[in-house]
Structure formats: C-alpha cells, structure tokens
Design a protein around this ligand. Sequence first.
Ligand SMILES: [Zn+2]
Length: 472
Amino acid sequence: MDMNENDRLFFEREYDLVIENGTVIDPKTEMRTIANVAVAEGKIAGITRVPLKAKRVIDAAGKIVCPGIIDPHSHADGQLFSAHVMANMGVTSIVVGSCGLGPYPVPEFLKGLDDEGYPINTAALTPESWILRERAGITSPYEAATEKQIAQMADWAEEDLLGGAIGVSFGLEYAPATKWDEMVALAKVAAKYDKVMPIHSRAGGWNSLEATREVIKLQEATGVRVLLSHHVYQCGQGMMEESLKIIEKAYRQGYKIGVDSGAYCDFACPVGSEVFCEGWQDIYDCTYHDILAGTGKYAGQRLTKETFEEMRANDPDGSVTAFVGKPYEVALALKQPYTMISTDGGFPNLAPGLGHPQSAGSYPKILRELVREQDVLTVMDFVKKSSWMPAQFFGIENKGYLGTGADADILIFDLKTVKENATFPGLGDPMAAPDGIEYVIVNGVPVIDGGQVNREVRPGRSMPSQTRVWRL
Ligand SMILES: [Zn+2]
C-alpha cells in the first residue's frame, strides 16, 4: 500500500474503540455509508473503510451508527435516574432548565455535575418564570413584576449567561401575569449574546395561535433567537395546521425561530400549575376523567373532581397527563423541515413505574412509528432532527455529527427491531427501556453497552456556553 506518513500513523495506530462495519449516518454531510468509526481520547479519530486495530471492537454490521441524540428540551435537571432512562433511548446530551423551571444558578449547577460525575452531557438554561420570578420576591403567578424586579431579573439572567448558561427560558403558561415588558427585558439580554430563548408559550387549546404569534412577535421586537417549546403540547389539540402556517409565514420573512416537538400528543405537567387555571376544561375541551395521575397515591388512575382537587391541594408538584391531544398532529409537527425532536421528559421526581412515557419512549417511538412503519420521516431526517439541528440551534460545538474531531457521542441501534416499551402508568411501566438501542457512547465511553445500562461510568460533561457579545 502506498500512503503518506499521516495515513500510515492513522492506519497503524491502536484506538480505544472501533465501531466496525456499521451503516454510518452523518447528518452534517448527509452521508450514509458502511464504514469503521475510530475513537480515541473521547473524540472521533476518523471514519474509514480500512480495518483498524483497537482495544475494543464493536461489531455494528446491519446496525445504524449515528451521532448520539441531543434532547433540546429536558427536565432531568441533574437527576441520575432520569439520565439513565434518557441514555437508554439513545440520548447523549440534554438541555435542561426548560419551561422557566430548573436548576439555578446555572454555573454552580454545572460545576456540581462535573464534580459528582453524570452519565450524559448537560447544558442548562436560566429558568425565568418559576425561578427568577420567585427570587425577585414575586409570590404568585398572577402577580405582575415591577419595573425594579424586571431589571433585577435581567441582571441575574445576564450574570448566569456570562457564567455558562446556554439561554434563558420562559414558561409563560405557568406565569400568566408575565407582561410584555418583562418578556422584552429578558429577551434583550439573551439577544445581546445571541443566546436561545426557549418559550413554553402562554396557552394551549384554543388560545394557542395567539400564543404562537406572541413568541414570533418577541423575535421581531428584540432579535432574540426564540425556540417554540414542545409544539405538539401547545398546539396539538386541533390547532397544529393553523399554527404551522403562522410559523411558515415567519420563516418566509426570515425570522430567527426554531421549533421542537415530541412523540406524544398528551402533555404532562405539575397538577398544581396554572395549566389548570379557571376554565381549563373549556380551554382544553376535556373533563376530570381526561386527566391521569402519573405520580403520587393516585398514579395510574384517571381522576375525578374529588381526587383531582385533593391532589392539586396536597401534592401540587405531582405529575399528571392530560389526554387532550390529537395523535395525527404529532407527525404533522415533526415532518416540517424546521422542527427538531424533543422529549419534555426526565422530570426530577421520576422513579420506576411513574411519570409519562415521553422520558423513556420518545425517540424509539418515532423510529418505530414515523420512520419504519409510516415512512413519515427518513432515517436521515430523524438523525438530523435529533442531533445536528439542536446542536446548531443552541451553538453546541463538536457535537451532533460524526466526523474527525467531533466528540465521540455515538448511538448504535437496530432499525429493524427498535421500539418503545414505555407506556402510561396504569397500563404498564412509563420508564421501561426500549428494544433495539444497543450502544450509547458518551465521550468515547459506552453508557449503554449491549443494551444494558452501565451504572459504573459517568462520562458526561457539562456544556457551559461560551458567551460573547453578539456582532455580525
Ligand atoms: Zn413546558
């Protein structure tokens, strides 16, 4: 063989890990081919069809080898059980602090993760609606912030961004008294550094179109990079087509917006939250019986007026699922070229047998249903929407693609057998691990190894954001 010195070094070296003969899918170059992926020191050292030597070889013949999944909307918030549940379905990185709820201050939270070790990579948003508002002394979601409180919250958000937060999040539905001035002040801080502002919009049901318009208006007014969070949960009660029209129009005008959406049409939220404000049955066109308890003493039961009110009074952080969605609107949202895939999963109070199947089933469900069975998405679409797009939108470097120098966050799965086993409490285990997810490698280390969780390893790293004043 005739080769130069660099090539000789590349081919003769012994790697930490080589993944052999898999069907390699790279969303950055849109390449799909059979190749060997070499890993050394937590990075991808190269991809080639020539056989390579390694301390460990994984045979991936017949399997898909793609970048690990980046979930742009998680609530795992540092919890270990949630990290293993997410890893089980192929997730190697998450963005937490969504919906205005999560750990704060972000720099301390990220440092804590790195000190303790965590199975997957984590970036964190500064949570506004629940956390900064509370810190500012606002005691009720129906209390408007004063000018002074708004200025204070903007200062805290800026400090957090400079310390490594990846953006600032709103959960407007949870804090109905959030006024336009408050939104603009916080958005301007995020925009100054070109950080993402994920927004759980103001309301679902028949209010959801106005809520979508409000998010787009915030982009227009401030230039901030907005992300419409878990869009199927906001508009998937029959308003999806209309909402997508509004978004498409904004795209045609060049607005800087993103959309994330998940695998399920029925959302989960804390039972004590403002989702169940005065008139919720009208807003969502539903009754008490459409609400399923996910945690607490009624877990697995449909609620009645009595049990709902008792749970809301005594267990306000308890999770419930509202069966108010239209299943066909899941695919409608996901097939749009601008939509990335998210879970809204991994709540900190998760435990075996409890919660919503989104935490353990989202990505395998989409692979089974929308990729394999219904041909709504191609495999390349899936990989792009679950890795490259979130990495690009949030500015996460070295992730979301397979190429020399990228972090070795890699998913190996079997497209012929992949399926979710998670289901709603009362019907089965919402935390059940899926089939077909064989290896999930984080910074070069398998966290899921031959389909099994390796609880001994914590190769995840925090992903503090580089923060610089935005300049074109
Ligand atoms: Zn939310």
